[in-house]
Design a protein around this ligand. Sequence first.
Ligand SMILES: NC(=O)c1ccc[n+]([C@@H]2O[C@H](COP(=O)([O-])OP(=O)(O)OC[C@H]3O[C@@H](n4cnc5c(N)ncnc54)[C@H](O)[C@@H]3O)[C@@H](O)[C@H]2O)c1
Length: 260
Amino acid sequence: MGKLDGKVAVITGSARGIGKADALLFAQEGACVVVSDVDREPLVATAKEIEAAGGKVAWCIADVTKPEDTDKLMDTAVDIFGDLNILVNNAGIARDALLHKMTDTQWDMCLDIILKGTFNCVRSAAKYMMKKGHGGKIINTASVMGLMGNVGQVNYTAAKAGVIGLTKTVAREWARFGVNCNAIAYGFVHTRFTAEKETGEEVAGEKMGIPRKVRDRMLQEIGGKAITPEDAAKPALFLASVDSDFITGHVLNVSAGMYM
Ligand SMILES: NC(=O)c1ccc[n+]([C@@H]2O[C@H](COP(=O)([O-])OP(=O)(O)OC[C@H]3O[C@@H](n4cnc5c(N)ncnc54)[C@H](O)[C@@H]3O)[C@@H](O)[C@H]2O)c1
């Protein structure tokens, strides 16, 4: 018996990183999973990996900043697997700069993908989840940076703090439909997001990652305990399962003590 048997889950930004680990774990626990991203090649590879492990999976290219894409994503889940029970809003990006040097493009990109993208997905899920007795689980990906602030991340921290406010409002508005909406505030998870910036992957014209010195200091503060994506997926499974049926509007701190 899997913890998510019979459930249908949509996970945004699941071509790699935390979203991919969520998708693999959810499928292993019996969910039918729709993986989704803007990057086709790693997305298809993720879907193949899930299938090879015996999971039920479909993939859908969707840019969370576009409402027509997020509508298509939720429709895909229902068309292929017959329902929509779990939504993980995980797609995200960082565009770091000190406030006085931050460009409009950097600000808009973070707010559009993280905050508007989460809003778009929840709104697109409404026609399936806002039904008496339907129920459902929404898990929004926040960050401890949205709780504590971070030098060079005014856009990212504002977006993630916004996600926390959105989470609590959805929890209140959709409680009567039996939908739980929670957020996870991750700390330092090993992905391209937290790789060394000096050798980091370039995404849309900017290097991903954290400058080596800052990264070393951050890791030192948590005793070197960086979280793996697979470990990051476990609290998401908890919030997607019946084990958390009475938890809603909560921000789960998964930071190995980076923030307390
Ligand atoms: N890694 C960490 O330490 C950490 C800490 C706190 C929060 N987070 C959050 O966790 C989430 C996942 O991050 P990750 O570390 O796995 O990063 P990642 O870069 O490995 O994965 C993010 C995914 O989102 C996708 N994406 C970007 N823009 C998109 C869009 N417009 N539409 C759809 N997909 C899009 C990317 O293509 C990528 O596959 C993000 O929301 C991030 O802010 C990460």
